[in-house]
Design a protein. Structure first.
Lengths: 264, 262, 259
């Protein structure tokens, strides 16, 4: 599959895709070494690489990444699970939909970061406040996509379940959730992406560990290479999480892929 | 028949306002019941009082004006840049090949991640705040303009070539109108992102005025009613802006349909 | 299995839906008797209520006037004594072929399930396709899986709602032969809704002709010719002409032939 793709891409494109970034990196390095631009303002790529390696050697890198990942996971599980459960309940019960629907819609109007000062006032700035903040970010996409997926289960599947006498949990796990799965997985992906953004935000706000902390600390000691290293880490980890989830999605939704392009 | 319609409408309105009323009533009851955990939580009445004070306080309207201005400038710059960039990548495969990998790599970094860097580069002033807001608008508008331009139906392009449309005329008469629904989606997304990032900008990059600043100030003074009033203000303003943009987008689309009919 | 099970008795059945706050009569005073092990087709133009009638027999439509008795008992909801094949195969896309066939066998253990799935895939000629997903099947194959799923429950009556309507003409004729084979093999009652008159004559002991607004039974025609039936035989043609006459298409049909 990948091989075919590269072939189709053609050699010229491959070269372009490699050469252009390399040229930019070289220009960047050159600009700094020719003193066109201060090293204090724009860290050259080689220094940046060095900084990352040093961080890795001292163990700070692993430590801070793990601290951030732990927060993401806990916050995501809290927010994602509650979003999942509430989304299903809302889709299955018109009564609960009438209760939660307007509330969620109203709360959604407020940008999540506006909650941060309030959360800190009530929960302080410790770990739990961070989990809570991440959970808020994880909650919305999960609840919306689960709701959409479950309320979009086609009537024909509901009928089939009635004909074959599927009820309660058997009905939920064998018909409703599988049918809503594509939408739920989209929710998981969006939810995890936002969780990652919020964990960095929470760490920037106040923290003594994590990738966000690495950046605030870099700023405090005016070491721009640390800030940029943190930035790169944030991007790479976010990308990696999304990539892994996309892979998992393909595995989970194998049934969706028609062999010869015929729609399912 | 007419009577039925009216009663249906009133029923809908009643249903829509029933929940907020119940919610606020519960909130007030929760406070009145005197739970220890409710010690810090102001009652809805107190928040209302805060709003009355705020409405007569010129700082409040100034905060709103500053925030709106900030978001508008950033959003405008981001929209313009995103539109041009998206159009360029959509029209030229070479431009896409050169810029797209960068664009997607940089996009991986959450907006919040840029904050420490742009503060270091530009300091705590208006430029980084507006910049980050425009970048927030830039991403979705670029993406949607690009995909809109790329997905102009082949039939339209064939038709255009039959009538000898070329260059700017082709872009103006065929490509942009055909891509407009997608661009409009990008603009609404971009505005939502801008508004969200405005909070980030105002909370993280300290400033004298703005709704985010008001929320921060409330936190510093431990004035929870002020914080909640700020949050409600942000929500209401954001929602009104979303509605306004939706209206404009619909009007533009309708206008497009009419002009296409002519 | 011809133990006189799978009979259907419909008496004075009427059904109306509420559309825009006023009732719309769909079925009007339907009377129909289906004997055990027979093949009955219901034909009629779209909107004549034939699918509604089938859904009442299946138990998906409640709230009707009159009686619908399956083996002497009023139908109040779906039951495992009736199987259904919808026009869209309605296989669950996230389940494999085998899992789809086993969909109604959830109460059995793994071994019993496997036995029944194998038996019925064999029956419809799809052995070896157990682990394939529905999106990988052709329309005819998917419909055969749907038939296997319905038969796996060992129903006494199989209901078919335009089961071959979505297939191309050749696959369709092949599947008609298949249906006949399965019906002879399983010896159960089959009731099929179709708008294809030839298909109805080819398969049925009895063709029920319905007309619309409101849906009534216009005529019931017995087909007693021996099987397999020859579509080109004069007997077949005669029955077809008779049915077309009921739809006021008879004269135009012969007229078209004269040209």
């Amino acid at each position: 599959m990948a091989k075919k793709f590269l072939q189709r891409l053609g050699l010229k494109d491959k070269l372009l895709a490699i050469i252009v970034p390399l040229l930019v990196l070289a220009a960047w390095q050159g600009a700094v070494s020719q003193k066109l631009c201060s090293e204090l303002i724009l860290t050259p790529p080689l220094t940046l690489l060095n900084t990352l390696l040093e961080l890795a050697q001292s163990g700070d890198l692993t430590l801070n990444i793990l601290a951030s990942l732990k927060r993401v996971m806990i916050g995501f599980l809290l927010g994602g699970t509650s979003g999942f459960v509430i989304g299903i309940l809302m889709a299955l019960s018109p009564f609960l939909n009438r209760i939660f629907g307007p509330l969620i819609k109203a709360l959604q109007q407020v940008p999540e970061f506006a909650w941060m000062p309030l959360i800190i006032m009530f929960l302080g700035i410790d770990e739990f406040a961070k989990y809570f903040f991440v959970a808020i970010g994880a909650f919305y996409p999960m609840v919306l996509n689960t709701y959409q997926g479950v309320s979009g289960v086609p009537e024909k599947y509901h009928e089939l379940a009635r004909v074959f006498d599927y009820k309660s949990f058997r009905y939920l796990f064998k018909v409703i959730i599988p049918s809503a799965l594509p939408s739920i997985i989209t929710g998981i992906r969006l939810s995890l992406g936002l969780s990652w953004m919020f964990v960095v935000g929470a760490e920037l706000f106040g923290s003594d560990s994590g990738v966000g902390y690495l950046m605030t600390w870099g700023r405090a000691v005016f070491q721009i290479d640390l800030v940029m290293a943190g930035l790169i880490l944030v991007g790479v980890i976010g990308f990696a999480m999304n990539f892994l989830l996309e892979r998992a999605e393909k595995q989970f939704l194998l049934w969706r892929e028609p062999v010869d392009g015929r729609p399912a | 028949m007419k009577k039925l319609l009216i009663s249906k409408k009133t029923k809908g309105i009643l249903g829509a306002i029933a929940f907020p009323i119940v919610f606020i009533a519960f909130w007030q009851l929760f406070i009145l019941a005197g739970f220890p955990s409710a010690r810090f939580l102001p009652s809805p009445y107190k928040v209302l009082q805060k709003f009355v004070i705020l409405f007569s306080d010129p700082t409040y309207s100034h905060n709103i004006a500053v925030s709106l201005q900030r978001v508008m400038i950033g959003f405008f710059i981001g929209t313009l840049a995103g539109f041009i960039f998206g159009l360029l990548m959509g029209l030229s495969k070479t431009a896409e090949k050169i810029f797209a990998p960068f664009f997607h790599a940089v996009r991986q970094v959450p907006m919040i991640g840029w904050i420490p860097l742009i503060i270091m580069l530009f300091g705590m002033n208006e430029l980084p705040r507006v910049l980050i807001i425009s970048v927030a608008a830039f991403y979705p508008i670029t993406l949607n303009t690009f995909s809109g331009v790329r997905n102009v139906p082949r039939e339209y392009l064939e038709l255009a070539s039959v009538y000898g449309y070329k260059g700017l005329t082709l872009i103006r008469k065929i490509i942009i109108p055909a891509a407009l629904p997608s661009i409009a989606t990008g603009i609404s997304l971009g505005l939502a992102m801008s508004w969200s990032v405005l909070m980030v900008a105002e909370i993280f990059i300290q400033t004298a005025f703005g709704i985010g600043t008001q929320i921060q100030r409330g936190r510093d003074r431990f004035d929870i009613a002020l914080v909640i009033a700020g949050i409600i203000t942000v929500g209401v303003l954001g929602y009104s802006m979303t509605l306004l943009v939706q209206k404009i987008v619909k009007a533009v689309e309708r206008g497009q349909v009419i002009s296409a009919d002519k | 299995m011809s133990n006189n099970k799978g009979t259907l008795e419909i008496r004075n059945l009427s059904k109306s839906f509420i559309v825009d706050n006023s009732p719309l009569q769909i079925l009007n005073n339907i009377n129909l008797t289906v004997t055990s092990g027979s093949f009955v087709s219901i034909v009629g133009s779209s909107g004549c209520g034939k699918t509604t009638l089938l859904r009442i027999i299946l138990g998906l439509e409640n709230h009707y006037d009159g009686e619908a008795l399956m083996d002497g008992k009023q139908i109040v909801g779906p039951g495992t004594n009736r199987g259904i094949v919808f026009q869209d195969h309605r296989l669950l896309p996230w389940l494999t072929v085998g899992e789809n066939v086993a969909f109604g066998l959830d109460k059995l253990n793994r071994k019993e399930k496997k036995l029944l799935v194998d038996e019925h895939l064999q029956l419809v000629g799809l052995i070896g396709f157990e682990s394939v997903y529905p999106s990988q099947l052709s329309g005819g194959m998917a419909q055969r899986v749907a038939i296997a799923r319905a038969l796996a429950n060992k129903p006494e009556m199989l209901l078919l709602d335009e089961p071959l309507g979505a297939l191309d003409a050749l696959t369709r004729m092949y599947m008609q032969k298949e249906l006949e084979r399965l019906w002879q093999l399983e010896k159960i009652t089959m009731i099929m809704v179709t708008h294809d008159i030839e298909e109805a004559i080819y398969l049925s002991d009895k063709v029920v002709i319905m007309s619309s607004r409101p849906g009534i039974i216009k005529q019931i025609i017995d087909v007693s010719s021996s099987r397999p039936r020859d579509r080109a035989s004069s007997e077949f043609m005669q029955i077809k002409a008779e049915i077309l006459e009921e739809f006021h298409l008879g004269t135009e049909y012969t007229f078209a032939y004269a040209i």
